[in-house]
Design a protein around this ligand. Structure first.
Ligand code: NAX
Length: 323
């Protein structure tokens, strides 16, 4: 085998003892994100109570003898973890407890993402790529971004690629075509029930997609938005491998670019499509991670996008009080 010559990239995964990380770490270590010849220094960040379990995950990674893993560290020290980080998957978050409101969950997670944002601000590489997976993902990314004023806002993304992949797969099944033949699909907004999987611009084999409107509005849109709950109901556990796979897709496309191909990423708005600046919003992106601009929107599209702006404004108002 040829010797690996490039310097290792420092990659941080938080929530390293959890379900998503158990799939994600192996995909990173196999070269699915940064390429088959790019070595990685893996840092696994956990809370003190879960460090031992994360060490178990690290032992299994070691037992996999993956050639791209240059070094591996397990820690509960965010400052050390993010020091020099070039990529970070912020997966760890506190799930909503019984009887807790969304505001309670935001407050608990806000503290986590303020601390991690500050640690990224203090020590991460200038061009670090931060992908927030832990929920509420869009607003956690908003919080981390706000806590890191010296890092350019566009370095903070949130994961909506799982929503995109779900939307793509369900549309492909309906049309009876392989999903890779479908282009120009987007899921606008928030990784929550208001999200808007939009097939208005979509094509299959280059031709506009036509589907029954009642199916689109009454079945497709709500089913994509509630797919996470459907998985929990059937599988008995929340999405893990599919979430990890989507995080891999997102980071890989962010690093390499997508050319003409559209995908969905949640990015801090610069005011595109009337979204308040700074809200982390699901947009169509292409090329070197730029929002696809200039799309004309129908009243229906506008209303569905506005519902997401409203929801994210509400979350941001709660988050702002944590600073
Ligand atoms: P798990 O509960 O299995 O793992 C979460 C891990 O995070 C735990 O080991 C916990 O100790 C750790 N953690 C908590 N606070 C931490 C902190 N401050 N620093 C480091 N680690 C910390 O959850 P898992 O199934 O892996 O899901 C992780 C997160 O992804 C959840 O918030 C979940 O809601 C979210 N999801 C987001 C998705 C998306 O599309 N954006 C889809 C899948 C998933 O629901």
């Amino acid at each position: 085998m040829a010797e690996l010559t490039s310097a290792p990239q420092k990659v941080v995964v938080t929530g390293a003892a959890g379900n998503i990380a158990y799939s994600l770490l192996w995909r990173i270590a196999a070269g699915d994100v940064f390429g088959p010849e790019q070595p990685v220094d893996l840092t696994l960040l956990e809370i003190p109570d879960a460090v031992r379990a994360a060490e178990g995950t690290a032992m299994e990674l070691a037992d996999s003898a993956l050639p791209l893993v240059s070094t591996m560290n397990v820690t509960d020290d965010a400052a050390a973890a993010f020091d020099g980080a070039q990529a970070a998957f912020l997966v760890g978050a506190k799930p909503r407890g019984k009887g807790e409101s969304r505001a309670d969950m935001l407050a608990a997670n806000g503290k986590i993402f303020i601390g991690q944002g500050q640690a990224i601000n203090a020590g991460a590489a200038d061009d670090v790529r931060v992908l927030v997976v832990g929920n509420p993902a869009n607003t956690n990314a908003y919080i981390a971004n706000k806590a890191a004023p010296d890092v350019p806002a566009d370095r903070f993304n949130a994961l909506m690629r799982l929503d995109h992949n779900r939307a793509l797969s369900m549309l492909a099944a309906r049309l009876g075509v392989p999903s890779q033949r479908i282009e120009r699909l987007v899921v606008w907004g928030n990784h929550a029930d208001t999200q808007f999987p939009d097939i208005t611009f979509a094509t299959a084999d280059g031709a506009p997609v036509e589907v029954d409107r009642a199916w689109y509005e009454d079945e497709y849109i709500p089913r994509v938005a509630k797919r996470g709950a459907e998985i929990i109901d059937v599988r008995g556990k929340s999405s893990a491998a599919s979430a990890a796979s989507a995080a891999v897709d997102h980071m890989r496309d962010w690093v390499r670019g997508t050319g003409e191909r559209w995908t969905t990423a949640a990015l801090p708005s610069r005011g595109e499509y009337g979204v308040d600046e700074g809200l982390v919003f699901g947009f169509p992106v292409h090329g070197d991670w730029e929002v696809v601009e200039g799309l004309s929107l129908s009243d229906d599209q506008r209303a569905r996008i506005d519902a997401n702006i409203e929801a994210l404004r509400g979350e941001a108002a709660i988050a702002d009080k944590l600073f």
